[in-house]
Write a protein that binds this ligand. Structure first.
Ligand code: PEP
Ligand code: MN
Length: 252
């Protein structure tokens, strides 16, 4: 599974462009978060009412699955409604690493059970702890989600004195993949925290039997409303990653 696209949905035009660029590069999925968890008060996403219809339109127009993060169950339900009414087929919501509310995780599990077109991504929590990571999956399953509609995302763990924004733990990643039996994709953008480190992180991840990547790519990273430092431009993606990912997909 290859997921490409911007950190956040910023405007309809930007979402449409992003979906088109991702599709042209063979990605099955484009990403655009509708809610952004923020450390401090500030711009925190366009929200599902405004941006949901953009994602539905882009998904239909370019024949590519839309993936997003929302932060409350009512917003997840609204997103499901918007995508279902637009008949887009499959769509993805992921549980963000900072959204560690087990009631929300279970409720998402129920939403998945009720909606066969909804695929749920589960990111690891920010701190390094095997049991907690496995626990998120248990909560989602307790809600009734079937494994065919679930996948995991490793985005590293926040650690002091690390060159990474979030340090990967490849060993734990493989353990969680084995214990849950779920597909595992890697998010080198949130691991690296800096565009120049994203490529090195992809190279490291490629040594392991993973099931895909979620990579942040933005038309103009310097103007991005979130995660400016770590988003690649489409030109950089083409120059530095396109061939590598294409041959990885071909050999898989
Ligand atoms: C994101 O994917 O944009 C994001 C906020 O990531 P994480 O939850 O891993 O920090
Ligand atoms: Mn981001």
């Amino acid at each position: 599974m290859l997921i490409l696209g911007s950190c956040a949905a910023e405007s309809e035009e930007q979402v449409m462009w992003s979906a088109r660029m991702a599709k042209e590069r063979g990605a099955a999925v484009f990403r655009a978060s509708l809610d952004k968890p923020r450390t401090k008060v500030g711009w925190d996403g366009v929200g599902v009412d405004t941006g949901g219809p953009w994602l539905a339109k882009a998904s239909k127009q370019f024949g590519i699955v839309a993936a997003t993060e929302v932060m409350a169950i009512d917003d997840a339900k609204k997103f499901v409604e918007i995508m279902s009414e637009a008949s887009v087929g499959q769509f993805i919501i992921w549980l963000g690493s900072r959204n560690q509310n087990h009631k929300y995780q279970e409720a998402m599990g129920r939403l998945v059970r009720e909606n066969p077109m909804l695929i749920l991504g589960i990111k690891n929590q920010p701190w390094r702890n095997l049991d907690h990571w496995l626990g998120i999956v248990e909560h989602v399953r307790a809600g009734g989600a079937s494994d065919e509609q679930l996948f995991l995302v490793h985005r590293g763990f926040q650690e002091k004195d690390s060159e990474y924004r979030n340090k990967p733990d490849w060993k734990m990643m493989l353990e969680v993949k084995a214990k849950t039996g779920l597909p595992m994709i890697v998010d080198p953008s949130h691991i690296a925290g800096e565009a120049r480190l994203v490529i090195a992180t992809v190279n490291l991840a490629l040594k392991y039997p993973i099931d895909g990547f979620m990579i942040e790519v933005h038309a103009n990273p310097k103007m991005a409303l979130t995660d400016q430092r770590q988003q690649l431009s489409w030109e950089d993606y083409d120059l530095l990653l396109r061939q590598k990912i294409a041959s990885w997909k071909a050999n898989d």
